[in-house]
Design a protein around this ligand. Sequence first.
Ligand SMILES: [Zn+2]
Length: 376
Amino acid sequence: MTQRFTFELQATDDRARTGVIRTPRGDIRTPAFMPVGTAATVKAMLPESVRATGADILLGNTYHLMLRPTAERIDRLGGLHRFMNWERPILTDSGGFQVMSLTDLRKLTEKGVEFRSHIDGSKHMLTPERSMEIQRLLGSDIVMCFDECPALPADRARIEESMRLSMRWAERSRDAFGDRPGHALFGIQQGGLEQDLRAESAEALRTIGFDGYAIGGLAVGEGQEAMFGVLDFAPEMLPRDKPRYLMGVGKPDDIVGAVKRGIDMMDCVLPSRSGRTGQVFTRRGVVNIKNARHQDDPRPLNEYCTCPACQKYSRAYLHHVFRAHEIISSMLMTWHNLHYYQELMQGMREAISAGRFADWEAGFHAERAQGDIEPL
Ligand SMILES: [Zn+2]
């Protein structure tokens, strides 16, 4: 096993890329989808089941873990990997986005963000330095810079001011992170939908120098068309030889459109959260399992899917356990959704390697356009 963090770009097809990120805790095949394990668990899944879906890396949330059970406690218990029984790579966010989106009482200053916990109202302060400390205590393999981003739409002055603050925080994050062989620090490009602000942000990050670069401030209410508009220029502003991570994206067609535009990594709660609300992603689009049309249907969700939910259970059963609020409902549908997402990534990796991404993408859209199988 390598002891360094490296990225090897193996093939490109137009702007789409495939490669591998090597870390001491294992390889991450790109484009990669990272399931979200907010509170040291991907909800309703055992870690070995998450791995069985094909995930190479998980995402953990600094904001949630610092409040409960606290980073110090996780450190005393041997770090996040041991604590949650996931030995492969973990990426942690910086807490910045969730502090701004989950807390009401907060004060934003040059120093950082002061806020009250949404759990018990206790007072906390997150700064670039504290975020780096928490992510180090957790034992995160890929650490994200502490940043701030406004929800869209926001006026240009607010986006500009916020982006420049985030770039000053990126420098403080870099200084506080220090030299940690085998661990990576990613910078986060901001600038909303503004091309010149995105360019200024990318330049600031490249000057500081990071192991990977994220595109932040998207998937915050701007819509797919606006997001793709930014992805038409933003990835190319970032170094070609480092991983590019689009934060918080997305639906299957968002992911395909992002990979097409040169993104290497993504994360989203959607497959796991939807698994708990009865929304299932298949090659033929979204299936709502609570719909009465499934109650007598002996067929699987998807006959070609090799996940346990599709191999061993009928739509009728999944409908029943969802309606009855049985725990297995969340387990099976989360498994299926994560399996579907990883299969999507695998399909794209193979298509890029073979130089036929455009054909693959046409097939992806054609199959979805068919819609779900006809009711019985
Ligand atoms: Zn399945």
